[in-house]
Write a new protein. Sequence first.
Length: 289
Amino acid sequence: MTSESRPPVTEEALIKAIARDFEGLSRQLKAIARHVEQHRSQLGIQSIQEVAQYCDVQPSAVIRFAKHFGYSGFTAMQKLFRDGLAQQISPSRNYQSRIRQAIESGARDLSSAEIAHALIGGGIAGMEELQRSLQEPAFEESVKLLAGAETVWLMASRRSFAVSTYLAYALQHTDKRVQHITSMGSMQDGQLRGMQQGDVMIAISFAPYAEETQSIVQQAHERGARIIAITDSRLSPLARLATCSLLVQETSVFGFRALTNSMAVAQSLFMALAYRLELDYQPTRAQAL
């Protein structure tokens, strides 16, 4: 039985409904929810059998998923993704397909410069997609949270650690107290002890989601901190606890995921925060001599 009397009428409304109901779904329906949320650009052309195969479920489970959200069946739900499909196809995914086809066809003798061009081209395509898909309300709210916080905490591990390190450097140019949880010596739990209710944490993680980052975000949430998540899905464990989620999809070239979009979001956050803080700054009037 659906949680609403009417099915969502836009892609975005459906994704929000999925995020709202996610924890109450069965294991099979959760797998389908992740696929719908993360691969929506493909849903308009995938058959029900293909969706079921990707999610390792039976086609009947896909129908149950559609009906849970008020649709008569898979075809009715799929119509959302077919409408305007030409505008929704990701250029970065098209690029990945071309690279993959080139490798599989035997193009393994690429020069170093050709590899560099491939990576740069993937980054450009990813940035263009990021510019179109930037969640402006969430970004504005994130900057507002950072502006009002006295202490900003940063948490990221593994590939995402470079992004948090940049933010640790950049935020030192503000008057905020900056606490960068590095997990050095596995002492991340102890590093969190000074957190207070109302502090803000920027947490960065992408599938398969670093366990140490998930643990720290959970503890920060329990301590009353407000979380800004930079992640790849509304269904990620970070997004479910976050006050604001900035969703980022990175390009992948030759099997290596870039950090171009993640770093761009981090730099944009800092620049927008610095601009706001300067606007709020009230200089002290010089005393008359």
